[in-house]
Design a protein around this ligand. Structure first.
Ligand SMILES: Nc1nc2c(c(=O)[nH]1)N=C([C@H](O)[C@@H](O)CO)CN2
Length: 118
């Protein structure tokens, strides 16, 4: 499959971090998501039901991340990848998470992972 449904700079505020002071504040995370898919069926039918709904994926991730209470970006990004693969039937996802406020001297820091369905 060579088609991609993407979500760029999905912005979510949540409580995340390893330090005590971070557990009392909301911080902003930005997610870039690329999901390998096949758009052929939807292109032929013009029906949302035949494709990967980027709005549904966005809303699910916003809900999960908003309520998650973890320390590391590693934990959170792995959870998000497994939701996208497990609940939306995505074969491969490339997922980037930015924590732009974490390091004052950097524009952004974060992680990028690629995960495939088993
Ligand atoms: N690889 C990571 N490094 C760091 C993380 C993280 O989640 N993954 N987190 C922190 C702190 O929470 C930091 O964001 C506080 O400014 C430090 N390094």
């Amino acid at each position: 499959m060579t088609d991609t449904v993407f979500i760029q700079s999905l912005s979510v505020d949540t409580v995340i971090g390893v330090y005590d002071w971070e557990k009392t504040i909301q911080q902003n995370l930005l997610f870039d998501i690329e999901m390998t898919t096949d758009i052929a069926a939807a292109a032929a039918s013009d029906d949302l039901a035949d494709t990967l709904d980027y709005e549904a994926v966005s809303n699910r991730i916003i809900d999960h991340v908003t309520h998650a209470r973890v320390e590391l970006l590693e934990t959170l990004i792995e959870q998000v990848a497994q939701i996208i693969i497990g609940e939306f039937g995505v074969q491969q996802v490339t997922l980037t998470v930015h924590k732009p406020g974490a390091v004052k001297a950097a524009q952004s820091v974060g992680l990028r992972i690629v995960r495939r369905a088993a």
